[in-house]
Design a protein around this ligand. Structure first.
Ligand code: ZN
Length: 236
């Protein structure tokens, strides 16, 4: 249990310990924000986690030049600060409006050599093209709640990590196995997205065990793999 990690969570949205029993036992974690008013609360949040600052595609109308300067200030001040959650979402809002906000934040992550955590619903091609054009300098790219096996190859070639969310467990076992086995093991991450966890979420230990069984691995073996992957991304 002590080796579990979480590649995507939102601490300032209020995570309830009873819904996430092993939260305090995480070895490595990467936290995100969605709006500018969450940035200071995350900075002040006392838990041990790597902190990311960004504007989520659902809230892209909150982006302006002043917000951009505030983001740049945070990142220049704290070399350990990362960029996220940014991205594109074809199911909510307008991708045309989200694109310049995503692009600029990705460019900033790239210029400053930071990790970008990316939300993508139905915009695989646009996200891939954006990473190729504007994300080359990022220290790492985490594709949050990853779900598309047909894009694993090009995203791998673009240097991305694939973060699997328990929401995916609602798929058939055949599709799950196909997705999981398509992802190179050294690029695989696991996440909760807490407090926005999937129905039935019982902690990262339980989720890791479930993914391990789908991959035909021992839970402890997979815990080490995903924790090494996240640790390498965050701290090397
Ligand atoms: Zn999220």
């Amino acid at each position: 249990m002590h080796m579990t990690s979480d590649a995507h969570l939102h601490p300032v949205d209020g995570i309830m310990p009873e819904r996430y029993p092993d939260l305090t036992g995480l070895k490595h974690s990467l936290s995100c924000t969605s709006t500018r008013d969450q940035w200071v609360p995350l900075m002040e949040w006392g838990g041990e986690t790597v902190k990311s600052f960004g504007i989520h595609p659902w809230y892209c109308d909150g982006w302006d030049s002043e917000t951009e300067s505030a983001l740049l200030d945070i990142l220049r001040e704290d070399k350990g600060a990362q960029v996220g959650e940014i991205g594109l979402d074809s199911k909510r809002g307008s991708v045309t409006e989200q694109m310049p906000v995503f692009r600029r934040q990705l460019e900033i992550a790239s210029e400053l050599g930071r990790i970008a955590s990316i939300h993508d619903i139905g915009c695989e091609k646009e996200v891939l093209d954006s990473i190729r054009m504007w994300g080359k300098g990022c220290r790492g790219i985490v594709l949050h709640s990853y779900s598309s096996d047909s894009y694993v190859k090009p995203f791998t070639e673009a240097g991305c990590m694939f973060s699997i969310n328990p929401r995916i467990l609602s798929r058939s076992e055949i599709r799950l196995k196909r997705l999981l086995s398509s992802i190179p093991l050294d690029r695989l991450l696991l996440e909760s997205d807490a407090p926005f966890t999937a129905k039935g979420f019982e902690g990262m230990g339980a989720f890791t065990g479930r993914v391990a069984s789908l991959l035909g691995m021992e839970p402890s073996e997979l815990e080490v793999v995903v924790d090494d992957n996240l640790g390498r991304l965050l701290h090397e």
